[in-house]
Ligand binder design. Sequence first.
Ligand code: ARG
Length: 428
Amino acid sequence: MLDLPRNSGILAIGLLVGSVSNAEPDTYIRAGAIIDVAAGEILDNRIIAIEDGAIAAVTLSTGAPVPTGAEFIDLSGYTVLPGLIDAHTHLLSDSDDHGLNSLVVSLPEATINGVKNAATTLQAGFTTVRNVGAPGYADVALRDAIAAGEVAGPRMLVSGPPVGITGGHCSDNNLLPYEYGVTETGVADGPWEIRQMVRQNVKFGVDLIKTCSTGGVLSAGTRLDAIQYTLEELEALVDEAHAHGRKVAVHAHGNAGIRNAILAGADSIEHASFLSDDVIELAKEHGTRFVMDIYVTEHILTEGEANGVLPESLDKEREVGAIQRESFSQAHAAGVAMVYGTDSAVYPHGDNARQFSRMVQFGMTPAEAIRSATVSAADLLGVGDQVGRIAAGLQADLVAVSGNPLEDISILEQVEFVMKGGVVYKQP
Ligand code: ARG
């Protein structure tokens, strides 16, 4: 626990100087401390005034009483942070759906799973996610149901079906034999088919485009080092996506595919496992973000087999897991912009915060790890003016923990209070 000044018995509020609105805040939170994530500093004894779901002001507590009629939430024994952001989730899949198990999950079942997993993710303190791959545009429907307040879950930015080559990681149905004639929605080969698929995804409501420029661990028959899409194809994809104001997230493990994706103008590289020094420099030059899921290897190698992960995928994971962690250290030390993303669904939803301690173990300070899951993630998602910091004018997306995560980052695995848009979803 933090050593905090005790509440004198009178409810304390701050001076609302500099409030962004003339109307009165409807909710006041007294925080034992808040974290200024941009500065990486802990600020004791703050009042967060909330109006209409947004932060109206953040002030030092003065001890003045709360106006009658306003709600008061006492978090004086807690540290308050901005709601956490996971930039690589799959809310519509479950961690026991690997390999052949995935073939018996219907679209309605995946959708219902999504509703369940959205609630679990929010309870873990993740108030925004970027969902990078889902079948049948069910992610679009889930995003909209959450935004309308019909379903509890994080704010979602969604990609719809990933766009990928025939037989590739992103079109991932390489398990059924030829005679089934199954081709996934996102399969597109050649610049014009790719542009058409991007247009289709935009038409059906996606926020971003997900693609793959190499094979993957969990897909059958793909190689981590083999490029998927030529540079020409990737350039067409990025050009079309950007023309529609959509960012592009590119799955890539092998160095050649990572290089192609950066050169094509990708906004983020997912996984980024095998990195040469010149590709690290290239990413810095282009301002490409890396979203490196360095927790999940532990889960795949211990629980994967029981959950259907294919033997070939287990082999690939043994090849990539430790190297990806070394690459993470190198890329971070070199100054590549890192964003928090975990590949939830490969491991159980709700364990999203477990990656923080691994990021610190592999070279980040706790403040840097927190920044990657707040202000830096909001920036990559293009929502930095709405979420990712505790500041007037931003959404009241807040989480609270006991203790100081700048001293012990693993505390973030025990989020005790969750607010999203001024609505409380979890209380101590
Ligand atoms: N979805 C990713 C893939 O199949 C998971 C990779 C997980 N392993 C890792 N070391 N990050 O390629």
